[in-house]
Design a protein around this ligand. Structure first.
Ligand SMILES: [Cu+2]
Length: 421
Protein backbone atom coordinates (compact mmCIF):
# COMPACT_ATOMS: atom_id res chain seq x y z
CA UNK A 1 0.00 0.00 0.00
CA UNK A 2 1.16 3.44 -0.86
CA UNK A 3 2.68 5.09 2.20
CA UNK A 4 0.97 8.43 1.64
CA UNK A 5 -2.37 6.72 1.29
CA UNK A 6 -1.62 4.87 4.45
CA UNK A 7 -0.73 8.11 6.17
CA UNK A 8 -4.00 9.61 5.12
CA UNK A 9 -5.95 6.57 6.22
CA UNK A 10 -4.19 6.71 9.53
CA UNK A 11 -5.05 10.39 9.87
CA UNK A 12 -8.67 9.58 9.07
CA UNK A 13 -8.67 6.79 11.61
CA UNK A 14 -7.22 9.07 14.23
CA UNK A 15 -9.78 11.75 13.63
CA UNK A 16 -12.61 9.25 13.77
CA UNK A 17 -11.23 7.92 17.01
CA UNK A 18 -11.06 11.44 18.35
CA UNK A 19 -14.58 12.35 17.49
CA UNK A 20 -16.49 9.26 18.45
CA UNK A 21 -14.56 7.90 21.37
CA UNK A 22 -14.66 8.90 24.96
CA UNK A 23 -11.25 9.51 26.51
CA UNK A 24 -9.68 6.14 27.02
CA UNK A 25 -10.31 4.62 23.60
CA UNK A 26 -7.79 6.67 21.76
CA UNK A 27 -5.71 6.89 18.71
CA UNK A 28 -2.94 4.89 20.28
CA UNK A 29 -5.07 1.84 19.71
CA UNK A 30 -5.84 3.03 16.20
CA UNK A 31 -2.15 3.42 15.54
CA UNK A 32 -1.36 0.01 16.95
CA UNK A 33 -4.11 -1.53 14.86
CA UNK A 34 -2.37 -0.49 11.68
CA UNK A 35 -0.56 -3.71 10.95
CA UNK A 36 -0.64 -2.99 7.26
CA UNK A 37 1.54 -4.68 4.71
CA UNK A 38 4.44 -2.30 4.74
CA UNK A 39 7.95 -2.70 3.49
CA UNK A 40 10.47 -2.68 6.35
CA UNK A 41 11.58 0.81 5.33
CA UNK A 42 8.02 2.12 5.26
CA UNK A 43 7.30 0.57 8.65
CA UNK A 44 10.45 2.14 10.08
CA UNK A 45 9.46 5.51 8.71
CA UNK A 46 5.93 5.34 10.08
CA UNK A 47 7.34 4.41 13.47
CA UNK A 48 9.75 7.29 13.37
CA UNK A 49 7.21 9.89 12.27
CA UNK A 50 4.60 8.67 14.71
CA UNK A 51 2.12 8.24 11.87
CA UNK A 52 2.64 11.71 10.40
CA UNK A 53 2.49 11.88 6.62
CA UNK A 54 5.88 11.97 4.90
CA UNK A 55 6.94 13.87 1.83
CA UNK A 56 7.34 12.20 -1.55
CA UNK A 57 10.61 10.91 -2.95
CA UNK A 58 11.35 12.60 -6.31
CA UNK A 59 12.90 10.67 -9.20
CA UNK A 60 16.33 11.87 -8.09
CA UNK A 61 15.70 10.65 -4.54
CA UNK A 62 15.15 14.13 -3.13
CA UNK A 63 12.32 14.53 -0.61
CA UNK A 64 9.57 16.77 -1.95
CA UNK A 65 6.92 18.71 -0.07
CA UNK A 66 4.31 21.04 -1.50
CA UNK A 67 2.85 23.48 1.01
CA UNK A 68 -0.10 25.69 0.13
CA UNK A 69 -1.12 28.84 1.96
CA UNK A 70 -4.81 29.44 2.50
CA UNK A 71 -7.32 30.68 5.05
CA UNK A 72 -10.28 29.18 6.85
CA UNK A 73 -11.76 28.63 10.29
CA UNK A 74 -10.77 26.54 13.29
CA UNK A 75 -13.28 25.62 15.96
CA UNK A 76 -12.47 26.32 19.59
CA UNK A 77 -13.82 24.45 22.60
CA UNK A 78 -16.30 27.26 23.34
CA UNK A 79 -17.81 26.81 19.88
CA UNK A 80 -16.24 29.94 18.40
CA UNK A 81 -15.04 29.65 14.83
CA UNK A 82 -11.85 31.68 14.53
CA UNK A 83 -10.67 32.81 11.11
CA UNK A 84 -7.01 31.95 10.59
CA UNK A 85 -4.60 31.65 7.72
CA UNK A 86 -1.65 29.36 7.39
CA UNK A 87 -0.09 26.48 5.53
CA UNK A 88 -1.77 23.32 4.40
CA UNK A 89 -1.16 20.56 1.87
CA UNK A 90 -2.94 18.24 -0.54
CA UNK A 91 -5.51 15.89 0.92
CA UNK A 92 -3.61 13.02 2.51
CA UNK A 93 -0.18 13.95 1.17
CA UNK A 94 2.34 16.65 0.47
CA UNK A 95 1.98 16.06 -3.28
CA UNK A 96 1.89 18.75 -5.92
CA UNK A 97 -1.71 19.36 -7.01
CA UNK A 98 -0.76 22.29 -9.24
CA UNK A 99 -1.59 25.91 -8.67
CA UNK A 100 -4.71 26.35 -6.56
CA UNK A 101 -6.44 29.67 -7.06
CA UNK A 102 -10.15 29.37 -6.26
CA UNK A 103 -12.11 28.58 -3.11
CA UNK A 104 -13.63 25.55 -4.85
CA UNK A 105 -10.15 24.19 -5.66
CA UNK A 106 -9.01 24.81 -2.09
CA UNK A 107 -11.94 22.80 -0.74
CA UNK A 108 -11.60 20.07 -3.32
CA UNK A 109 -7.83 19.56 -3.30
CA UNK A 110 -6.43 20.70 0.03
CA UNK A 111 -6.73 19.79 3.69
CA UNK A 112 -8.51 22.46 5.70
CA UNK A 113 -6.08 24.91 7.25
CA UNK A 114 -4.77 23.91 10.69
CA UNK A 115 -2.91 25.86 13.36
CA UNK A 116 -0.14 24.83 13.61
CA UNK A 117 -0.04 23.08 10.27
CA UNK A 118 1.14 19.49 10.01
CA UNK A 119 4.73 18.64 10.97
CA UNK A 120 7.35 18.11 8.31
CA UNK A 121 9.78 15.24 8.92
CA UNK A 122 13.23 15.44 7.35
CA UNK A 123 16.41 13.39 7.64
CA UNK A 124 20.00 14.51 8.17
CA UNK A 125 22.00 14.49 4.94
CA UNK A 126 18.95 13.90 2.70
CA UNK A 127 18.13 16.70 0.28
CA UNK A 128 14.70 18.33 0.38
CA UNK A 129 12.69 20.50 -1.97
CA UNK A 130 9.86 22.40 -0.30
CA UNK A 131 7.62 24.30 -2.69
CA UNK A 132 5.39 27.02 -1.30
CA UNK A 133 2.24 27.82 -3.31
CA UNK A 134 0.28 30.95 -2.42
CA UNK A 135 -3.41 30.25 -3.13
CA UNK A 136 -4.58 33.65 -1.85
CA UNK A 137 -7.32 34.28 0.72
CA UNK A 138 -10.77 32.85 0.16
CA UNK A 139 -12.71 33.77 3.30
CA UNK A 140 -11.60 37.38 3.87
CA UNK A 141 -13.78 40.40 3.16
CA UNK A 142 -13.69 41.47 -0.48
CA UNK A 143 -11.84 44.73 0.15
CA UNK A 144 -9.68 43.59 3.07
CA UNK A 145 -6.03 44.52 2.75
CA UNK A 146 -5.13 40.96 3.70
CA UNK A 147 -6.18 39.75 0.26
CA UNK A 148 -3.37 39.21 -2.23
CA UNK A 149 -0.56 39.32 0.38
CA UNK A 150 2.70 37.46 -0.18
CA UNK A 151 4.13 34.74 2.08
CA UNK A 152 7.39 32.89 2.70
CA UNK A 153 8.71 30.06 4.83
CA UNK A 154 11.44 30.90 7.30
CA UNK A 155 13.14 27.72 8.48
CA UNK A 156 13.62 28.73 12.09
CA UNK A 157 16.74 27.25 13.64
CA UNK A 158 18.13 25.66 10.48
CA UNK A 159 21.59 26.78 9.43
CA UNK A 160 20.95 27.75 5.81
CA UNK A 161 22.08 30.10 3.11
CA UNK A 162 20.33 33.49 3.01
CA UNK A 163 18.60 32.57 -0.26
CA UNK A 164 16.30 30.16 1.54
CA UNK A 165 15.98 32.10 4.79
CA UNK A 166 12.47 33.30 3.97
CA UNK A 167 12.95 36.96 4.86
CA UNK A 168 11.34 38.80 1.95
CA UNK A 169 13.75 40.16 -0.65
CA UNK A 170 16.85 39.04 1.23
CA UNK A 171 17.51 38.28 -1.58
CA UNK A 172 14.55 36.24 -2.82
CA UNK A 173 11.19 37.89 -3.38
CA UNK A 174 8.31 36.60 -1.27
CA UNK A 175 5.80 34.27 -2.86
CA UNK A 176 3.08 36.38 -4.43
CA UNK A 177 -0.54 35.26 -4.76
CA UNK A 178 -0.97 32.42 -7.29
CA UNK A 179 2.78 31.89 -7.63
CA UNK A 180 5.16 29.36 -6.13
CA UNK A 181 8.76 29.15 -4.97
CA UNK A 182 10.91 26.13 -4.15
CA UNK A 183 13.26 26.10 -1.19
CA UNK A 184 16.07 23.56 -1.47
CA UNK A 185 17.61 22.40 1.78
CA UNK A 186 20.11 19.88 3.05
CA UNK A 187 19.50 19.29 6.77
CA UNK A 188 22.75 19.04 8.69
CA UNK A 189 21.60 18.65 12.27
CA UNK A 190 18.92 16.49 13.79
CA UNK A 191 16.50 18.13 16.17
CA UNK A 192 13.32 20.10 16.69
CA UNK A 193 12.76 23.19 14.58
CA UNK A 194 9.86 25.18 13.18
CA UNK A 195 8.79 26.90 10.01
CA UNK A 196 6.89 30.17 9.90
CA UNK A 197 6.08 32.97 7.50
CA UNK A 198 8.35 36.03 7.59
CA UNK A 199 6.18 38.49 5.67
CA UNK A 200 4.58 41.03 8.05
CA UNK A 201 5.67 38.52 10.68
CA UNK A 202 3.64 39.81 13.63
CA UNK A 203 0.34 39.49 11.78
CA UNK A 204 1.10 36.46 9.65
CA UNK A 205 2.63 34.34 12.41
CA UNK A 206 0.02 35.20 15.00
CA UNK A 207 -2.74 34.55 12.47
CA UNK A 208 -1.55 30.95 12.28
CA UNK A 209 1.40 30.58 9.90
CA UNK A 210 3.67 28.10 11.70
CA UNK A 211 4.42 24.38 11.89
CA UNK A 212 6.92 21.97 13.44
CA UNK A 213 9.96 20.72 11.54
CA UNK A 214 11.46 17.53 12.91
CA UNK A 215 14.82 16.38 11.61
CA UNK A 216 15.75 12.77 12.29
CA UNK A 217 19.28 11.42 12.41
CA UNK A 218 18.18 8.01 11.12
CA UNK A 219 15.17 5.66 10.94
CA UNK A 220 15.21 4.67 14.60
CA UNK A 221 13.36 6.03 17.59
CA UNK A 222 16.32 7.98 18.87
CA UNK A 223 16.87 11.69 19.29
CA UNK A 224 20.27 13.19 20.02
CA UNK A 225 21.47 9.63 20.72
CA UNK A 226 18.77 8.93 23.32
CA UNK A 227 16.30 6.12 22.75
CA UNK A 228 12.62 6.73 23.33
CA UNK A 229 9.47 4.66 23.09
CA UNK A 230 7.00 7.39 22.16
CA UNK A 231 7.25 10.99 21.14
CA UNK A 232 4.90 13.92 21.14
CA UNK A 233 5.35 17.39 19.71
CA UNK A 234 3.59 20.04 21.76
CA UNK A 235 3.43 23.38 19.96
CA UNK A 236 2.39 26.13 22.40
CA UNK A 237 0.99 29.31 20.93
CA UNK A 238 -1.22 32.36 21.35
CA UNK A 239 -4.14 33.45 19.23
CA UNK A 240 -6.26 36.61 19.18
CA UNK A 241 -9.63 36.07 17.55
CA UNK A 242 -10.22 39.84 17.70
CA UNK A 243 -7.03 40.68 15.82
CA UNK A 244 -7.67 37.93 13.29
CA UNK A 245 -11.19 39.24 12.70
CA UNK A 246 -9.79 42.70 12.05
CA UNK A 247 -7.33 41.27 9.54
CA UNK A 248 -10.16 39.38 7.88
CA UNK A 249 -12.38 42.46 7.70
CA UNK A 250 -9.91 45.23 6.91
CA UNK A 251 -6.38 43.83 6.81
CA UNK A 252 -5.25 46.05 9.69
CA UNK A 253 -5.12 45.27 13.41
CA UNK A 254 -6.11 48.38 15.33
CA UNK A 255 -3.80 49.32 18.20
CA UNK A 256 -1.23 46.62 17.54
CA UNK A 257 0.64 47.58 20.72
CA UNK A 258 -2.38 46.37 22.68
CA UNK A 259 -2.52 42.99 20.92
CA UNK A 260 -3.69 40.48 23.46
CA UNK A 261 -4.22 36.76 23.13
CA UNK A 262 -7.65 35.43 23.93
CA UNK A 263 -6.66 31.80 23.38
CA UNK A 264 -3.63 29.90 24.71
CA UNK A 265 -3.10 26.76 22.70
CA UNK A 266 -1.38 23.40 22.66
CA UNK A 267 -1.28 22.15 19.09
CA UNK A 268 -4.00 24.64 18.20
CA UNK A 269 -6.46 23.61 20.90
CA UNK A 270 -7.44 24.65 24.42
CA UNK A 271 -8.34 22.43 27.32
CA UNK A 272 -11.84 22.90 28.66
CA UNK A 273 -13.72 21.54 31.64
CA UNK A 274 -15.90 19.40 29.37
CA UNK A 275 -13.56 16.40 29.36
CA UNK A 276 -15.35 14.83 26.39
CA UNK A 277 -15.17 17.86 24.12
CA UNK A 278 -13.77 16.58 20.81
CA UNK A 279 -11.82 19.80 20.22
CA UNK A 280 -10.14 19.76 23.64
CA UNK A 281 -6.37 19.29 23.86
CA UNK A 282 -6.83 16.08 25.81
CA UNK A 283 -8.90 14.48 23.04
CA UNK A 284 -6.28 15.18 20.38
CA UNK A 285 -4.09 12.14 19.64
CA UNK A 286 -1.16 14.46 18.94
CA UNK A 287 -1.43 16.10 22.34
CA UNK A 288 -2.74 13.54 24.84
CA UNK A 289 0.45 11.92 26.14
CA UNK A 290 -0.27 8.21 26.24
CA UNK A 291 2.47 5.99 27.63
CA UNK A 292 2.95 2.74 29.46
CA UNK A 293 4.91 2.00 32.61
CA UNK A 294 8.69 1.79 32.19
CA UNK A 295 8.62 3.69 28.91
CA UNK A 296 10.59 6.78 27.95
CA UNK A 297 8.63 9.56 26.31
CA UNK A 298 10.26 12.27 24.22
CA UNK A 299 8.44 15.59 24.30
CA UNK A 300 9.39 18.15 21.68
CA UNK A 301 8.21 21.45 23.19
CA UNK A 302 7.93 24.46 20.90
CA UNK A 303 6.42 27.90 21.36
CA UNK A 304 5.46 30.92 19.31
CA UNK A 305 3.52 34.05 20.15
CA UNK A 306 3.57 37.75 20.95
CA UNK A 307 4.90 37.86 24.48
CA UNK A 308 3.52 35.03 26.61
CA UNK A 309 6.12 32.78 28.23
CA UNK A 310 4.69 29.35 28.89
CA UNK A 311 5.77 27.65 32.13
CA UNK A 312 4.95 24.05 31.43
CA UNK A 313 4.57 21.93 34.54
CA UNK A 314 3.78 18.21 34.58
CA UNK A 315 2.35 16.79 37.77
CA UNK A 316 4.14 13.72 39.06
CA UNK A 317 7.16 13.77 36.76
CA UNK A 318 10.42 15.58 36.27
CA UNK A 319 11.54 16.20 32.73
CA UNK A 320 15.13 15.58 31.65
CA UNK A 321 16.17 18.36 29.31
CA UNK A 322 18.33 16.80 26.59
CA UNK A 323 18.42 19.52 23.91
CA UNK A 324 17.76 23.22 23.54
CA UNK A 325 16.92 24.84 20.21
CA UNK A 326 17.86 21.74 18.24
CA UNK A 327 21.25 21.17 19.86
CA UNK A 328 22.14 18.34 22.18
CA UNK A 329 23.21 19.48 25.63
CA UNK A 330 26.62 18.37 26.81
CA UNK A 331 25.00 17.37 30.07
CA UNK A 332 21.32 17.03 30.77
CA UNK A 333 19.40 18.50 33.68
CA UNK A 334 16.03 17.90 35.28
CA UNK A 335 13.15 20.34 35.66
CA UNK A 336 9.56 20.07 36.74
CA UNK A 337 8.66 23.48 35.30
CA UNK A 338 10.00 24.56 31.94
CA UNK A 339 9.71 28.13 30.74
CA UNK A 340 9.51 28.37 26.98
CA UNK A 341 9.27 31.61 25.02
CA UNK A 342 8.48 32.35 21.41
CA UNK A 343 10.87 30.69 19.00
CA UNK A 344 12.35 28.26 21.51
CA UNK A 345 12.37 24.48 21.24
CA UNK A 346 13.11 22.34 24.27
CA UNK A 347 13.40 18.57 24.00
CA UNK A 348 12.82 16.58 27.15
CA UNK A 349 12.64 12.94 28.14
CA UNK A 350 10.11 11.78 30.68
CA UNK A 351 10.84 8.42 32.24
CA UNK A 352 7.64 6.71 33.26
CA UNK A 353 8.25 4.54 36.32
CA UNK A 354 6.68 1.22 37.13
CA UNK A 355 3.99 2.45 39.41
CA UNK A 356 3.00 -0.84 40.97
CA UNK A 357 6.44 -1.32 42.41
CA UNK A 358 7.66 2.22 42.81
CA UNK A 359 4.97 4.77 43.30
CA UNK A 360 1.70 3.08 44.13
CA UNK A 361 -0.57 5.08 46.37
CA UNK A 362 -0.21 3.41 49.74
CA UNK A 363 -3.63 4.34 50.99
CA UNK A 364 -5.75 3.70 47.89
CA UNK A 365 -3.67 1.00 46.17
CA UNK A 366 -3.83 2.85 42.83
CA UNK A 367 -0.84 3.21 40.52
CA UNK A 368 -0.64 4.33 36.91
CA UNK A 369 -3.22 6.82 35.73
CA UNK A 370 -3.84 10.32 34.56
CA UNK A 371 -1.93 13.40 35.68
CA UNK A 372 -2.09 16.86 34.19
CA UNK A 373 0.56 19.07 32.63
CA UNK A 374 -0.33 22.72 32.40
CA UNK A 375 0.92 26.25 31.94
CA UNK A 376 1.94 27.45 35.39
CA UNK A 377 1.94 31.03 34.15
CA UNK A 378 -1.76 30.90 34.85
CA UNK A 379 -2.63 33.58 32.32
CA UNK A 380 -2.17 30.73 29.86
CA UNK A 381 -4.98 28.78 31.55
CA UNK A 382 -7.54 31.52 30.80
CA UNK A 383 -9.00 31.89 27.33
CA UNK A 384 -11.83 34.32 26.45
CA UNK A 385 -11.99 35.10 30.16
CA UNK A 386 -12.76 31.52 31.16
CA UNK A 387 -10.80 29.21 33.45
CA UNK A 388 -9.75 26.42 33.08
CA UNK A 389 -9.44 26.96 29.36
CA UNK A 390 -5.97 27.03 27.92
CA UNK A 391 -2.68 25.21 27.71
CA UNK A 392 -3.25 21.94 29.58
CA UNK A 393 -2.80 18.35 28.52
CA UNK A 394 -2.57 15.06 30.36
CA UNK A 395 -0.22 12.15 30.85
CA UNK A 396 -2.39 9.08 30.36
CA UNK A 397 -0.14 6.38 31.79
CA UNK A 398 -1.28 2.79 31.59
CA UNK A 399 -0.08 -0.51 32.97
CA UNK A 400 1.10 -3.00 30.39
CA UNK A 401 -0.35 -5.79 32.42
CA UNK A 402 -2.99 -5.23 35.03
CA UNK A 403 -0.46 -4.90 37.75
CA UNK A 404 -2.80 -5.27 40.68
CA UNK A 405 -0.09 -6.63 42.89
CA UNK A 406 -0.80 -7.18 46.53
CA UNK A 407 0.38 -4.50 48.89
CA UNK A 408 4.02 -4.92 49.66
CA UNK A 409 4.39 -4.83 53.40
CA UNK A 410 5.91 -1.62 54.59
CA UNK A 411 9.19 -1.73 56.38
CA UNK A 412 8.63 -2.73 59.94
CA UNK A 413 5.22 -4.03 59.07
CA UNK A 414 3.55 -0.79 59.99
CA UNK A 415 0.56 0.22 57.88
CA UNK A 416 0.50 3.59 56.18
CA UNK A 417 -1.23 6.37 58.06
CA UNK A 418 -1.40 9.62 56.15
CA UNK A 419 -1.82 11.57 59.37
CA UNK A 420 1.68 10.57 60.38
CA UNK A 421 3.24 12.02 57.23
CU1 LIG B 1 2.73 35.25 5.32
Amino acid sequence: MNLKLLGWMSAALLSVATYVAAPGAFAEEAKQAETWNLSPEEQDLVNVTNGDVLGDRGKDGVWEFHLYTTDGYIEMTNGELVWVFGYTHAKGSFKNVGEVTTKEQVEQLLEPVKVPSDPIHLFVGEKVRITLHNTGMHCAAEHSGINHVAHTIHFHGLDLTPAVDGVPSLPVDPVLEHTAFTYELLPQYEGSFMGHCHVDSFNHILAGMYFPIIIHQDRSKTAYGYKYDRDYTLFLSELSSTANEQLQESGVVHGLQDWKADYYLINGRTFTDNLYHPRSVINDPRSRIIAYEDETVLLRLMAIGADHVFALHPHGYHMEVVALDGRKLKSTYEKDTICIASGERIDVLVKIPHFASQRKCLSCNLGAGITIMHDHNLRGMVSTGKYPMGALTIFDVRSKSKAAQPDAPLKGGKSYNPLEH
